[in-house]
Design a protein around this ligand. Structure first.
Ligand SMILES: C[S@@+](CC[C@H](N)C(=O)[O-])C[C@H]1O[C@@H](n2cnc3c(N)ncnc32)[C@H](O)[C@@H]1O
Length: 212
């Protein structure tokens, strides 16, 4: 397939997703705060994977204004709980508004305000159906190690923005961001319990299913 055809397929994948008003409002809040978000097709992928994993207990690292959270909740069990971690109180305030705007009951979300490196060690081993990693690039390897620990057998790991804007495959690129993406991919590749796949949607997604 030519590069042009590949780009057309990706453009189609994004344009095929129609987001509802609540997600649109969450995107507007994110923009106001300068927080980046998952693309529409990446959001739909999150919902798809949450539903495929029959997810009730989900952890998200990097709440932002709640765009990815809304997509995850859409795929989760209707009584499932999303635990979402972010150090920015303003982002959590925006995410709360986004969840309320979608009529998500407060019992379905647990927003933990703090640095994931402090919060994650307090979460129990093998207790979550899905972990979504969307925090700062340089911390990706540490977050991935923690995420694998949190996943139950058969659980699903999803890492957003996992390809360092494509630099991950360029042997000439050795900057810290690219190295962090490579190290995170290496942690996943070297874990025999994981079945990984790279999905070229949005900024690039690394997903892996943990053996059951
Ligand atoms: C890319 S945004 C998350 C976007 C969100 N997942 C979405 O798609 O709607 C990254 C988030 O990571 C948060 N963050 C900043 N520093 C962090 C840190 N040290 N650890 C984890 N998250 C951090 C930011 O506050 C920001 O909300």
């Amino acid at each position: 397939m030519s590069a042009q055809a590949a780009a057309a397929v990706l453009a189609y994948a994004e344009s095929a997703i129609i987001e509802d008003d609540a997600v649109a409002a969450a995107r507007a809040r994110a923009e106001e705060l300068g927080a980046t978000t998952v693309s529409p097709a990446t959001g739909a992928l999150l919902a798809f994977l949450a539903r495929s994993a029959n997810a009730s207990n989900v952890v998200e690292i990097g709440t932002g204004a709640g765009v990815s959270g809304l997509w995850l909740l859409a795929g989760m069990h209707t009584d499932g709980v999303l635990t979402t971690i972010d150090p920015e109180p303003l982002h959590h305030r925006a995410a709360r508004a986004s969840f309320a705007g979608a009529s998500v009951s407060t019992g379905r979300t647990r927003l933990i305000n703090g640095a994931p490196r402090d919060v994650l060690p307090r979460l129990a081993d093998a207790s979550y159906d899905l972990v979504f990693v969307d925090g700062p690039q340089l911390e990706l390897p540490d977050f991935v190690i923690e995420a694998i620990r949190l996943l139950r057998p058969g659980g699903v790991l999803i890492v957003h923005d996992a390809a360092a804007e494509g630099a991950i495959a360029d042997p000439g690129r050795n900057d810290p961001m690219t190295e962090a993406a490579r190290n995170a991919a290496m942690v996943v590749a070297e874990d025999d319990r994981l079945l990984p796949v790279v999905i070229p949607l949005g900024k690039g997604v690394l997903a892996a299913a943990k053996a059951g």
